[in-house]
Design a protein around this ligand. Structure first.
Ligand SMILES: [Zn+2]
Length: 391
């Protein structure tokens, strides 16, 4: 089965990449495909949440209320960072059908197989304020990607709850036959089951922390004879997310660094044990990073020009440039302690790790002053794998 992930532009490129990497870290018969950006028409109107209680509620939905209205206009979407809502909170919203129409158009333009699932990941609000829902054809799903920090805390790594939603909706698409069956069977009272409805949205924390399936749902899975290889993969994802959520809670008590895999072609560093979270470095940054990895005892910054040739060699491998003179000049500037280029590059690398991992978890991965008085990367080298597909 193929599962296509598409997004609106407000759900950023790096979050999108990270959700895809996390889901793909659990290989199996379900293949995830990273699709492109889609544009929504104008919103259907504005929704007002007078108080947090309204904002934290998924509204009631009867399948029969569902009217098929859709209209298309062009709209500008903007990138934004999470800002906590202030109440009364006013948001423009979309009817679910608009999301599903946009997905159907995408299916047509990209010739997506009718058996494939397509997920639209979007920060835009939906009419009933739901985390996610599936269309009546049972192949198109939207997932709300905003506001996770409101429920899980400001430092939440949002790719975990978003990936959980994707996995649990794949499961539901296999388990149930239509929208009415979902509405009838989903648990109105939270049991810590993957099929809890969570009308009070805060209860989603319980569902994701337990990552369990109740007796009743297990029986249904058995009766409906779901393909075991799909189930295995989906439960691997769901369990993986749970252990990561728990792991993050325990950080500080039990601290353990992740293994890293450096992909020289993609110029990304994957943190294997943090669900393949990716840190993207540019060729200069990755060359410097590789040099410091090679010398666990560290290098004094003012002697970096002694390592010119090694640095040039790394840069040659990753930059994709041809002119030796230009490459030589770039590395000359980088390795020259007096030029300022070195410090800028070191601090960019540091910031990239901090943005992805947060202050406390990032501390061993970037180039920093070691207790010995020279610069280095504290990470245990047994945790490092370098991958070069060209070789
Ligand atoms: Zn259940």
């Amino acid at each position: 089965m193929k599962v296509h992930l598409i997004r609106t532009i407000d759900f950023t490129d790096s979050h999108f990449d990270n959700v895809y990497n996390l889901l793909s870290a659990y290989p199996g018969a379900i293949e995830f495909i990273q699709g492109s950006i889609v544009t929504l028409p104008s919103p259907n109107g504005e929704k007002v949440f007078p108080k947090p209680e309204n904002f934290e509620k998924q509204e009631k939905f009867e399948v029969s209320d569902y009217n098929m209205v859709s209209f298309f206009k062009s709209d500008e979407n903007v990138k934004r960072n999470y800002v906590k809502p202030v109440f009364p909170y006013k948001k423009s919203y979309y009817e679910w059908n608009i999301f599903f129409d946009v997905i159907n158009n995408y299916r047509k333009s990209y010739n997506i197989d009718e058996n494939d699932l397509v997920f639209l990941l979007t920060n835009e609000y939906n009419e009933k304020n739901w985390f996610a829902f599936i269309d009546d054809a049972f192949k198109n799903i939207f997932v709300h990607t905003d506001d996770w920090p409101w429920f899980f805390g400001m430092n939440t790594d949002i790719r975990f709850p978003i990936s959980y939603e994707v996995a649990s909706w794949i499961l539901r698409s296999l388990l149930y036959r239509n929208q009415s069956e979902i509405i009838e069977n989903i648990h109105p009272t939270s049991l810590g089951c993957v099929n809890d409805f969570c009308q009070n949205k805060k209860e989603i924390i319980l569902k994701m922390r337990t990552a369990d399936v109740c007796e009743e749902c297990l029986k249904l899975i058995e009766r409906r004879d779901l393909p075991p290889h799909y189930l295995n993969q989906l439960f691997n994802i769901i369990d993986g997310i749970r252990s990561n959520l728990m792991f993050r809670k325990r950080v500080g008590v039990v601290f353990k660094d992740s293994r890293i895999r450096i992909d020289l072609q993609a110029k990304k560093i994957y943190l294997i044990d943090f669900g393949n979270l990716a840190v993207r470095l540019n060729p200069k940054e990755i060359s410097l990073f590789l040099l410091f990895l090679k010398y666990p005892e560290g290098i004094a910054l003012n002697s970096l020009s002694d390592y010119h040739n090694e640095l040039l060699n790394f840069y040659h491998q990753v930059s994709g440039r041809d002119s030796l003179i230009e490459m030589n000049n770039t590395i000359y500037l980088l390795a020259n302690y007096l030029e300022g280029e070195l410090n800028t590059t070191i601090s960019r690398i540091k910031n990239k790790f901090k943005i992805e991992l947060g202050e406390s978890m990032a501390k061993n991965y970037f180039i920093q002053l070691l207790p010995s008085g020279v610069h280095g990367i504290p990470l245990g080298r047994e945790l490092v794998v370098v991958e070069n597909h060209n070789k």
